[in-house]
Design a binder for this molecule. Structure first.
Ligand SMILES: C[S@@+](CC[C@H](N)C(=O)[O-])C[C@H]1O[C@@H](n2cnc3c(N)ncnc32)[C@H](O)[C@@H]1O
Length: 166
């Protein structure tokens, strides 16, 4: 069962709806020193935009055909075949990614919500980027209706902390 110790992730997860919103985050969030991983890059259009804002980006896709076309269209950029569900393969890329962009076909529906959450949590835990941007209308809708209930300290604990000058 989940507990307070488990989810001390430092990664913020940003949910966007549609490709325009997904790409509009780049200018706001990505800076020169970021090392960015895009999962589901297709022909590399967003990877190219990311490359305009940071020194290093790798575009990845499960489809070898997409990667072949991305490499032909953007020969100066790095593209690799990678199944986003194989986080070990992403780790084997060997880069300290600071931002992950996630745009897999089929992940926008409500049916796929658990997959999206599992994927984002997995990347947050294993790669520890500061930010994960997800293109998923379902996640955005769900997140907009969530509020984390604040943890209140028990009076006895608060008293002990105060006595110890914490
Ligand atoms: C909507 S397209 C991505 C468009 C691209 N991000 C852009 O902004 O131009 C979705 C891509 O997800 C890829 N995809 C689907 N399942 C995947 C998986 N498990 N791992 C990696 N890529 C996947 C598909 O091959 C497809 O190219």
């Amino acid at each position: 069962m989940a507990n307070e110790q488990q989810f001390k992730l430092r990664t913020r997860i940003i949910a966007t709806r549609g490709v325009q919103e997904y790409r509009s985050t780049i200018a706001e969030l990505v800076t020169r020193h970021d090392i960015v991983l895009e999962l589901g890059c297709e022909w590399g259009s967003t990877t190219r935009l990311l490359a305009q804002h940071c020194d290093e980006v790798i575009g990845t896709d499960v489809s070898p055909k997409c990667i072949e076309r991305a490499r032909q269209s953007h020969p100066a950029l790095r593209f690799e075949v990678l199944d986003a569900f194989d986080v070990r393969a992403a780790l084997d890329l060997g880069r300290p990614f600071t931002k992950v962009y996630l745009d897999l076909s089929g992940l926008s529906s409500y049916r796929a919500l658990l997959d999206v959450i599992a994927l984002a949590s997995m990347y947050a835990t294993v790669l520890r980027p500061d930010t994960i941007v997800v293109k998923s209308g379902a996640l955005k809708h769900f997140a907009a209706h969530c509020t984390a209930w604040p943890v209140k300290q028990a009076p006895q604990v608060a008293h002990e902390l105060e006595m110890n000058g914490v």
